[in-house]
Design a protein around this ligand. Structure first.
Ligand code: F6P
Length: 435
């Protein structure tokens, strides 16, 4: 389970959080979120609902892919990409093959011709399956990538291609749904009441990570635990709501940037998922914290100077997992000409944890408000818990800011301009502005 170290921020003297001022609004928002009329909140209870059939069919297809293919190419962007990649990176080895899974590669998150070209080249001697993921079915980046990969699969596998392409999309709407129905591709459903950035614990995230070798039952078990524990309107007892309130209090006190910082490089993509979650949910009506991230200790030697000593607009959320599966000990060296024998036989993970404490103390001294989130272990269970924790905190935080956590009107502006430049007005009129 997550532990929000300290009740508020590490350096409490920096701001006074008036918890009682938030008690009622938090409870009211909680009741709205959990109420029957709340929209786009299918993710709230889905971990509790135990959708055993869905999990089994994901595992069945994942096993088929692991046997028949060397690589799964996943096509998707934003919420249809970041969560899966975040979980995969966090829970599979840095180097070498994962014993329980196969290679999972992502495409359709950019429009780089070089990326597509090189990816196709790399597939030459590998057996391939494709999982195309798009809720709307009309986002330009994945739609273009799917056009390429559909043709590639048909050319390479002929009639068998239709069996090697799995579609994850809305059950009723969208072009991708239409194509899947027409062609007979096997299909997983993204529930209509779950938006992209809240969809990682649906087939959107679960199929790719199951193929990569992640234990999705454990992931969902962690999320279920969070869904149960965090179903509490009492601000004193709900860590997700406490985190949301601290963020809002800091925002009101002029801290406009939240830096999520962690100490394992494999968590870098989790930062990206978190940025979309909070950025798309809160950045509206000229309001909202700007979500940014750093990977320590790497970034302490780069942007660390600014954090310690630059404009006082940043607060830091330190994310720490106490136990990491693998570790290594600093070797003793007879020569000791590098003068490091004082660290001999110490574990790297322990030194890393001490660097986290040092960072917290130094940045706190520098006047940077510090929130600390701590979890027992970096594994599927705790990651599932953390993901749910962030989604629940995000919904609460956005409502405290009085914006809708579940829409993203601003994203459409870029799409409209691009369409004008690409001069595809006819298409736009026919299918809407999503493309
Ligand atoms: O799954 P889709 O519909 O392709 O959307 C992908 C992403 O694109 C966005 O709509 C932003 O363009 C995100 O909100 C969403 O997660």
């Amino acid at each position: 389970m997550i532990q929000l170290l300290q009740t508020g921020i590490l350096n409490e003297s920096l701001i006074q959080i008036e918890w009682e001022d938030y008690t009622e609004s938090v409870a009211a928002i909680h009741r709205h979120l959990e109420g029957a009329n709340s929209e786009m909140t299918g993710w709230l209870n889905s971990p509790i609902e135990n959708n055993i059939e869905m999990v089994k069919s994901i595992q069945r297809i994942a096993n088929e892919i692991k046997i028949a293919a060397d690589v799964l190419v996943v096509i998707g962007v934003g919420g249809s990409f970041l969560g899966a990649k975040a979980i995969q990176d966090a829970l599979t080895p840095y180097f070498g093959d994962c014993t329980n899974g196969i290679e999972v590669i992502y495409v359709g998150q950019n429009m780089s011709g070089a990326y597509i070209r090189q990816l196709l080249n790399s597939l030459e001697h590998k057996e391939v399956y494709v999982n195309v993921i798009s809720k709307s079915g009309k986002t330009m980046e994945p739609a273009l990538a799917f056009r390429v990969f559909r043709q590639y699969m048909e050319k390479r596998y002929g009639d068998e291609a239709y069996n090697r392409i799995i579609v994850t999309t809305d059950a009723e709407n969208g072009l991708l749904n239409k194509i899947a129905k027409k062609t007979g591709y096997r299909q997983f459903v993204i529930p209509a009441n779950i938006g992209g950035r809240y969809s990682v614990l649906t087939p959107v995230g679960l199929l790719p990570v199951a193929v990569a070798g992640v234990d999705i039952e454990k992931l969902l078990e962690g999320a279920k635990k969070a869904a149960t524990v965090l179903k509490n309107e009492n601000l004193e007892q709900n860590e997700a709501y406490r985190y949301a309130v601290i963020r809002q209090a800091l925002y009101k006190n002029g801290y406009k940037i939240e830096l999520l910082a962690s100490f394992e490089p494999c968590l870098a993509k989790l930062h990206e998922w978190w940025k979309q979650l909070f950025g798309e949910s809160e950045g509206k009506d000229k309001k909202g914290l700007f979500p940014a991230s750093v990977s320590y200790s790497t970034d302490l030697h780069a942007i660390g100077q600014f954090i310690q000593d630059g404009s006082p607009i940043v607060f830091e959320t330190l994310l720490h997992f106490k136990e990491i599966l693998f570790d290594y000990q600093v070797p003793f060296d007879d020569q000791n000409d590098d003068h490091l024998n004082y660290l001999a036989n110490q574990s790297f993970n322990n030194i890393n944890a001490i660097s986290k404490q040092g960072t917290a103390l130094a940045h706190a001294d520098g006047g940077v408000p510090i929130i600390q989130l701590e979890l027992e272990r970096l594994d599927a269970y705790h990651l599932g818990y953390l993901i749910y924790f962030f989604m629940k905190a995000c919904a609460m935080s956005a409502y405290l800011l009085q914006v809708n956590p579940f829409d993203q009107p601003g994203v459409e502006a870029y799409k409209k301009k691009m369409l004008q430049l690409l001069q595809i007005d006819n298409f736009k009129n026919e299918y809407g502005v999503g493309m």
